[in-house]
Write a protein that binds this ligand. Structure first.
Ligand code: RAM
Length: 365
């Protein structure tokens, strides 16, 4: 190498070091402005592949919008209260904004106006994986962190998804409970779901259907998947419709807290009580009396508040640059301890709990 080339290489090296020092100094300055919620959010996996700062601090003053599938659903209210709790613990604020129905595109206009407010993060339970995707992608492009919880959006339209338990695990529990409530594990069952577009219910039903094809569940026959749209009245009527359309039905399996409560309410005063059982996913507070009166011998759920709390911490960790959403990254999620991002930007809360007459009084939510 000539003298000229050697000294040029030296200059390039010196320049690179100086540049690295300047970048590092800028990073420090940004950390010091932690109470300024409108400062540029930390880098994420979607905006240039900047590295996570695992030892970084949560920024104070973060602002988030948390959007349920619909307002007025007790499950979603619990979940969102967890997100609000997480943000206030971190010295920030999460505001709840949501539609009044769980229709596929009901969240789109609300998300459009949420973007105008330039929050640090949007945390959403998606009513439809694709309807919300374009607007969520615009949010991400505008430096807003996007986390889904409870019900996912298309994976390329969010950075992290908080799954309440594994999809396989929930489908498996639904299959197991269906078999347990049908005498001898043999007979007709029907699903009473939420909306036809719901990402979470559709994924769980798919697993349930797969399980029903295995020898272990060969005694069960799924005769119908009905949709109550997570509307109490519609779910009540659908339950009634299932009972009259299928006289040999032995169980209604409702993978939605709205559907299971409505089906149990209908069956509890019906002459078919005792012959047809209700199972699925419900909140202990709504299902307590139906477990005790035998309408629903067993059902399952996780702690919805913890789902929202974890979603809040994940969104805040993204907005603080502690994580970028990449597999293997870890962060401290307050009272839930250290959590890890799995493949596909997913974080799993934990296994569901099954509730029966024996343990229902230990749970108050
Ligand atoms: C309903 C909603 C929610 C689901 C629960 C189990 O409240 O559809 O998305 O997770 O049921």
């Amino acid at each position: 190498m000539s003298l000229f080339h050697r000294s040029r290489a030296l200059w390039v090296a010196v320049l690179a070091i100086v540049l690295a020092m300047v970048v590092a100094a800028c990073g420090d300055t940004k950390d010091d402005t932690e109470s300024n919620a409108s400062s540029t959010p930390a880098a994420s996996s979607t905006d240039g592949g900047a590295a996570a700062n695992a030892d970084g601090e949560y920024r104070r003053g973060l602002k988030a919008i948390v959007m349920p599938k619909q307002l007025g659903n007790p499950y979603e209210e619990l979940e969102d209260s967890g997100t609000v709790e997480a943000f206030s613990e971190l010295g920030g604020e999460a505001t709840i904004e949501g539609p009044t129905d769980a229709g596929a595109s009901s969240q789109v206009p609300l998300l459009q106006s949420a973007i105008q407010k330039q929050p640090d993060a949007i945390i959403l339970a998606a009513n439809d994986p694709n309807a919300v995707a374009p607007v969520l992608k615009r949010a991400i492009a505008g430096d807003i962190r996007v986390v889904t919880q409870d019900s996912d959006a298309a994976p390329d339209a969010r950075q992290i998804f908080i799954n309440q338990a594994t999809t396989e695990g929930i489908g498996e529990v639904l299959a197991r409970m269906s078999k347990a409530v049908v005498p001898g594990g043999r007979g007709e069952i029907a699903v009473l779901s939420a909306t036809a577009n719901a990402t979470n219910q559709n994924a769980w039903i798919r697993v349930l259907q797969e399980r029903l094809k295995t020898p272990e569940y060969s005694g069960l026959r799924l005769v119908k998947v009905a949709y109550g749209d997570d509307d109490d009245q519609k779910s009540f009527q659908e339950a009634q419709g299932l009972l009259s359309a299928y006289p040999n039905l032995r169980a209604i399996v409702a993978p939605t807290t709205v559907g299971i409560a409505a089906a149990a309410r209908y069956l509890s005063t019906s002459p078919k009580k005792g012959r047809v059982a209700v199972t699925g996913l419900g909140t202990p507070n709504q299902m307590r009396k139906f477990v005790k009166d035998g309408t629903s011998p067993v059902f399952a759920l996780w702690n919805p508040k913890d789902v929202g709390y974890l979603g809040g911490y994940a969104a805040a960790a993204l907005a603080s640059g502690i994580i970028t959403g990449a597999e293997g990254e870890r962060f401290e999620a307050g009272r839930l301890g250290e959590r890890e991002i799995l493949a596909n930007g997913e974080i799993v809360l934990g296994p569901p709990t099954e509730f029966t007459r024996d343990n229902i009084d230990d749970f108050r939510f």
